[in-house]
Design a protein. Structure first.
Length: 231
């Protein structure tokens, strides 16, 4: 809770994965991937309730009380299913009375409770409809470009401000807006900048291996972030 505002965290963890099948229960640094997100949510000072939405019995079996396991219908768990349908299903299940919804994807195991709470506070203090987390790009703009079909490279031009990338680690929104807009990215959405290593998103085996290698170092630098961005 933040002030008198109630905060619901939803962890969407469907069984299917095109990039890395079974990744949510795949062991990462000694425990299943989803457990890292459950631990971060449990350590949050502002989350009131955690609901895990999944069609995977292995995931649902790992949800500790007082967190809530919600069996997601098959129609909401396929590759084409929208996470916003899963959010609506979860909200219908827990009922009204929530001021903020925090979406925490298991594919971001390096994010910590402080990142979650900072995003919630930013949304609350600014009155923004939503907050997304981003990470700085590791290379300056001059190293980024587009590869054409014939192999030609077109380098990006300089941009105003710092280059960042959406990392998918924390999404904060207001329930009624999420139902209506079906997106977190609307006018006046704010962003919270996270250290690059804590914003790592796992889609492939390559990402998984990198996350496992980074885990002890990210934990050691939890207070400051690792020196990683080249300017």
């Amino acid at each position: 809770m933040i002030g008198d505002r109630r905060v619901l965290a939803i962890v969407p963890a469907r069984a299917g994965s095109q990039g890395l099948p079974g990744k949510n229960v795949r062991p990462l640094a000694g425990k299943p991937l989803v457990d890292w997100t459950l631990d971060a949510a449990a350590a949050s000072a502002l989350i009131d309730h955690v609901l895990v939405s999944s069609d995977d019995p292995q995931v649902l079996a790992r949800v500790p009380p007082p967190m809530q396991a919600l069996d997601r219908p098959a129609a909401l768990a396929g590759a084409e299913a929208s996470v916003f349908d899963a959010i609506a299903h979860a909200l219908d299940h827990v009922g009204a009375g929530w001021d903020y919804v925090v979406l925490l994807q298991p594919t971001s195991p390096l994010r910590i409770a402080a990142d979650i709470d900072a995003a919630i506070r930013l949304c609350d203090e600014t009155g923004a409809p939503a907050v997304l987390t981003v990470s700085p790009t590791l290379k300056p703009d001059r190293f980024h470009g587009t590869l054409a079909g014939d192999g030609a490279l077109a380098l990006d031009g300089p941009r105003d401000g710092e280059g960042v990338v959406l990392n998918g680690a924390v999404y904060v929104g207001r329930p009624h807006r999420l139902r209506d807009d079906r997106t977190f990215l609307v006018e006046d959405t704010r962003v919270l900048v996270m250290p690059p290593e804590r914003g790592l998103d796992i889609d492939t085996l390559y990402d998984f291996v990198v996350a496992e290698a980074l885990m002890p170092h990210a934990q050691a630098f939890a207070a400051t972030g690792m020196p990683a961005v080249r300017r």
